[in-house]
Design a binder for this molecule. Sequence first.
Ligand code: GRG
Length: 300
Amino acid sequence: MTVAVSPAFDLGAYLEATRPRVEVALDASLPPEHPETLREAMRYSLLAGGKRLRPILCLAACELAGGDPAVAMSTAVALEMIHTMSLIHDDLPAMDNDDLRRGRPTNHKVYGEAVAILAGDALLTRAFEMVALRSPGVSAERLVAVIGELALASGAPGLVGGQVVDLQSEGQRVDLETLEYIHLHKTGALLRACVISGALLGGASQDLLAALRTYARGIGLAFQIIDDILDVTASSEVLGKTAGKDEAVDKTTYPKLLGLPESQQRAHQLVAEAKASLAPWQGQAQPLLALADFITSRDR
Ligand code: GRG
């Protein structure tokens, strides 16, 4: 089934209205009680821009489930904190060893490795604090469910597991199944946590939660396929991170396994499948449908 975004829905206007609210909440999320250098290092990466796709997915899923997106803002911030932590750690010399992120020198280039590791650790733990202690008006039952989703996405069943297999695969011939495992864990798990936690906070039905899991799987894989394609086709200037990195470290990617045109085609097919899962909610799901399209049309 083809599910399309209504011509009346304007994603640009939606993002313009939502991003500033996310930025304000992110800015307010790191109060001045930390040691100054740590606080600076956390703020340096958290407030460095970025598309803010993850918090926006969370807010949109909450609204789709019938909730007030304001209720999900602390969780939206928490998700961006976990994402930012993963970028800081991913850029470390022991991992991807990169100098450029979000158009600026990486965290460890500015603050040193020890502070960068600790800034990532502090963002990860602050994320759980945001949900557990800074989500007024949300029932304990919903908060525990959200904390569980965030934990699953961050740990061995998610980001960490995907990252380990990714590191072990460098310089190896990797098949499509392993590549899919890496991407579903390294990238897809957190995107799933975004929509599921937002939906839980909005009081979603089991049917909607199941549909959102399918949606997240599709956009998660498509997101990473496009990331692989952009690594080949875009410049470091536009990406705000080092382009051509996958080839330089001999990483297996979708373009390498399938070629560019087939990779594009696969990403579009996954996005179509993701959108189709939301067919019963088509009217209310316009932001999530348009965000799925944004994943394949993005240039950075
Ligand atoms: C220590 C719990 C713990 C986890 C860390 C380092 C690591 C484990 C995982 C790496 C995960 C990672 C960096 C995946 C790549 C995901 C990805 C494609 C990031 C780019 O996301 P964008 O394009 O970036 O949304 P912006 O800057 O726009 O937010």
